[in-house]
Design a protein around this ligand. Structure first.
Ligand code: COA
Length: 149
């Protein structure tokens, strides 16, 4: 399995993975997004993205092809994006989830009251439109490059 940045012609396959998992499609209107795919050979088997909003990131659209789940693919994608976000100087990653609260707890994310989210995250399209209000908000503080905090 390899991880690489998303390319424009990956969209159809990524949206099929998201649709099958009942997740919203890619939001192509967002400028500041880092998105990666997991590949086995030429085949895309997973996807995850971080929207950058100031000092914070919004982790979204984490999905693995059901054929290859439970092999660590999603956790590898999330770890990859956490490192990139930390290297880029972000303080924390937020996410919204309706179905994978326990999954992200295992990866070190903690529940947060929705109304405590920073304005930049609240103003993101996923926060305000895409995710129903029943979704839980979670946060993980990122380690700084020097290893402190
Ligand atoms: C959640 C998801 C991305 C995990 O992908 P994955 O590549 O199988 O994840 P990993 O291999 O890193 O981890 C697998 C472990 O997480 C557990 N897990 C998977 N989905 C879970 C969930 N919704 N809640 C709790 N645990 C979950 C698996 O049982 C497995 O546990 P095990 O290690 O004890 O066997 C995948 O199940 C998926 O695509 N789900 C649908 C989309 C979704 O809900 N995305 C998250 C919201 S953005």
């Amino acid at each position: 399995m390899k991880i690489r940045p998303v390319r424009s012609h990956d969209s159809e396959r990524i949206n099929r993975l998201l649709e099958n998992a009942k997740l919203p499609p890619q939001d192509l209107s967002v400028d500041h997004v880092q998105a990666v795919v997991a590949t086995i050979g030429e085949h895309i088997v997973g996807h995850a993205a971080v929207e950058v909003h100031g000092q914070h990131g919004l982790l979204r659209s984490v999905v693995t092809d059901p054929e290859v789940q439970r092999q660590g693919i999603a956790s590898a994608l999330v770890t990859h994006l956490e490192k990139s976000a930390s290297d880029a100087g972000l303080d924390s990653l937020f996410l919204l989830t309706e179905t994978a609260f326990d999954y992200f707890s295992r990866l070190g994310y903690e529940a947060r009251e929705r109304d405590t989210a920073p304005d930049s995250i609240r103003e993101s399209s996923e926060y305000s439109i895409v995710c129903p209000s029943s979704a839980a908000l979670m946060i993980k503080q990122l380690k700084k490059k020097d290893g402190h905090g």
